[in-house]
Design a protein around this ligand. Structure first.
Ligand code: COA
Ligand code: AMP
Length: 634
């Protein structure tokens, strides 16, 4: 612990009196405008495990936009859109943002969207994505953003579950070397879903304008221009702000629910405490609005804190070169960059000596924060060496919406430790438990769990699925939220997150379910049974590998079958699954009762030590599978 760090004292202060801690951060003087200030901070009797700020009311869009204009910062830049994909840079002030958001909210209201209604947003990285989110929040409606790399079927399952009144989308997204036409995907998704939205607003992009369906589809910019601006609608702090679907252990995605009040308080607090940012600072989360990092740190947190946020449409490499991230930092005076380790690994691979990095003036950049997947120490050490700035790994989940562990610039950094995600943020009591729910000694691996209640911003439940929420997160260890991550806490309190304990894999910082991929493979007529395992990959962290046993009598060449399976996963889940490899195997390793030994295969694929389970029916199969898995590692 460095002398200057206030971490220990602050975490202890939170632990002594969590309600006093959050009451302090919820004070209007700290920067949250309430329509009704909270009198009660936490009500343990409400909801599944309690609710934060149960009697308060506010509007999140007001706090992210209007509040700053009212405070005289209307001319400050709110969003810098930097798109190497289109060669565009656009700067939007808070006043302009307020105007556009109010108009789009008016357009939505005119189409029947009101408080509590859902709006699905399926957008590339353009300013209209953030404007659509804020416009929905302005009306007290609930957005559900779907990542552009998902296929029509995934979009359809989200439309079916969220039952949106409206969909906001664009005619296309831009990937290096290809234009992704969104409109056919939207049309197909709406056709597949039993629920049909009454209105679809489309941003026509010049790269691939689309045909409109009369009576349903409208041009977003035309609708926005013609609308009467809508005012902010006051909602209860406990009302939902958004649903973000994330991979569960089955093909059915889980709707992570985020409320308004707890979210605003925790995110606003995190900008100061975690990242050490002040109003007017330029903050860049190089992620996508379709992921939680994009929700929290491209849109809401920087705007709640009155910062300038960078919305980047491009890749870390190839758009046009591995210097892009550093060019964006230099051009816009970025003070803090937040991205996934994969992005840094991609840059490191193409520019190991930092030749591109050295072309740019990075004097304004103060720190690099990484999250989304386990970060290998090499990547931290490499970036620290080249940047000569603190590089901080912090541990996150869609479920929490902000960091569980990290290092806190607002408190003075304590020494970082490569391989560890830092120490628990105030708000989190993190423990390591064994299978029986007993704490394990420091330094030993077990299941990472968080003592209830979860802090503000963490999910109060799953959308329309309290029972699933309890079963998925609260049933493993009484009184604790199970993170489904395995890891350890060392003697000084540093937390290391090693791997998932379920079938979620992290591919290039994208969270995917191997169970969902297995459902797709199993539907192929030639497949008798299958398993999808995340194998170690030096760039993407993990990549999925399909292991399939074919039905007897099938003698299709392996590469033909593999091509079909790859095509099927791309069609049903989307390109983001990065499913590029399938192998035919004679058998899968199983227990004597016929259960496929997925956990053991996961360990082999992660190059972790494993023991041959005593219940295995034929140990030789495990050896055969180990050869296949090791052969697929890169
Ligand atoms: N819309 C449509 N397709 C998309 C997409 C989107 N928004 N995002 C990704 N895809 C596609 C890609 O084009 C690629 O398609 P392909 O199979 O035809 O090549 C596929 O999905 C897999 O994408 P990805 O895993 O991202 O690999 P990549 O090779 O395109 O890029 C990196 C590799 C490292 C550059 C990229 O993964 C990256 O920038 N990672 C950082 C991750 C990140 O920001 N995560 C957010 C959490 S913090
Ligand atoms: P997501 O919900 O997409 O943010 O993914 C959450 C999961 O990503 C976590 O449960 C972890 O498995 C993994 N993850 C996120 N950040 C880290 C980190 N800093 N270190 C290790 N794993 C991480």
């Amino acid at each position: 612990m460095s002398e200057a760090s206030q971490y220990d004292a602050t975490h202890a202060r939170w632990r002594r009196d969590p309600e006093a801690y959050w009451a302090d951060w919820a004070e209007a003087a700290r920067g949250i405008d309430w329509d009704r200030a909270p009198q009660r901070i936490f009500d343990a009797s409400m909801g599944v495990y309690g609710r934060w700020f149960p009697d308060a009311a506010l509007n999140t869009c007001h706090n992210a936009v209007d509040r700053h204009v009212a405070a005289g910062r209307g001319q400050q830049i709110a969003i810098i859109y930097d798109s190497p994909m289109t060669g565009q840079v656009q700067r939007i002030t808070y006043a302009e943002l307020q105007n556009r958001v109010a108009k789009l909210a008016g357009a939505l209201a005119a189409r029947g969207v009101g408080k509590g209604d859902r709006v699905v947003i399926y957008m590339p990285m353009v300013p209209e994505a953030a404007i659509a989110m804020l416009a929905t929040a302005r009306l007290g409606a609930v957005h559900s953003v779907v990542f552009g790399g998902f296929a029509a079927a995934e979009l359809a399952s989200r439309i079916a579950d969220a039952k949106p009144k409206a969909i906001i989308s664009a005619s296309c997204g831009l990937e290096p070397g290809r234009v992704v036409k969104y409109k056919p995907l939207i049309d197909e998704a709406i056709a597949l879903s039993p629920h049909k939205p009454s209105s679809v607003l489309i941003l026509q992009r010049p790269q691939a304008p689309c045909e409109m369906i009369a009576g349903r589809d409208e041009d977003l910019l035309v609708a926005e221009a013609a609308a009467t601006p809508a005012a902010c609608v006051s909602v209860a702090a406990t009302d939902p702000l958004y649903i973000l679907y994330t991979s569960g252990t089955t093909g059915q995605p889980k709707g992570i629910l985020r409320d308004n009040g707890g979210h605003a308080v925790a995110l606003h607090h995190s900008m100061e405490l975690v990242y050490g940012m002040k109003p007017g600072d330029v903050y860049w989360a190089a992620s996508d609005v379709g992921w939680v990092v994009g929700h929290s740190y491209i849109v809401y947190a920087p705007l709640l804190a009155g910062c300038t946020t960078v919305l980047f449409e491009g890749k870390p490499v190839g758009t046009p070169d591995p210097g892009t991230f550093w060019r964006v930092c230099a051009d816009h005076g970025v003070k803090l960059l937040f991205t996934a380790p994969t992005a840094i690994r991609a840059i490191k691979k193409e520019d190991p000596e930092g030749v591109f990095l050295k072309k740019y003036d990075l004097s304004k950049l103060e720190a690099l924060y990484l999250a989304g997947e386990r970060c290998d120490p090499d990547t931290i050490i490499w970036s620290e060496r080249l940047l000569q700035k603190p590089v901080i790994d912090h541990w996150w989940q869609t479920e929490t919406g902000w960091t569980i562990t990290g290092n806190f610039r607002g408190l003075g950094l304590f020494p970082t430790r490569a391989g560890s995600g830092g120490k628990p943020a105030p708000g989190y009591d993190v423990v390591v438990l064994d299978e029986a729910g007993q704490p394990v000694p420091r330094g030993q691996i077990g299941s990472l769990a968080v003592k209830l209640p979860l802090p503000p911003s963490a999910l109060p439940t799953l959308y329309n699925a309290d029972e699933r929420f309890k079963e998925a997160y609260l049933s493993h260890f009484a009184g604790y939220y199970s993170t489904a991550d395995a890891g350890m806490i060392d003697a000084e309190g540093y937390v290391s997150v090693m791997s998932r304990t379920d079938d979620i894999i992290n591919v290039a910082g994208h969270r995917l379910s191997t169970g969902a991929m297995e459902e797709v493979l199993a539907a192929h007529p030639d497949v008798a049974e299958c398993a999808v395992v995340g194998v170690r990959d030096t760039l993407k962290g993990q990549v999925p590998l399909g292991l399939v046993v074919v039905k007897s009598g099938v003698n299709k060449p392996e590469d033909t079958l593999a091509r079909e399976l790859i095509g099927l996963v791309r069609e049903k889940i989307g390109p983001v699954a990065a499913f590029k490899d399938a192998k035919v195997v004679a058998r899968l390793p199983k227990t004597r009762s016929g259960k496929i030994l997925r956990a053991t295969m996961r360990k082999i694929a992660d190059a972790e030590p494993y023991t041959v389970p005593p219940t295995i029916d034929d140990p030789a199969i495990l050896d055969e599978i180990a050869i296949v898995l090791k052969g697929a590692m890169r």
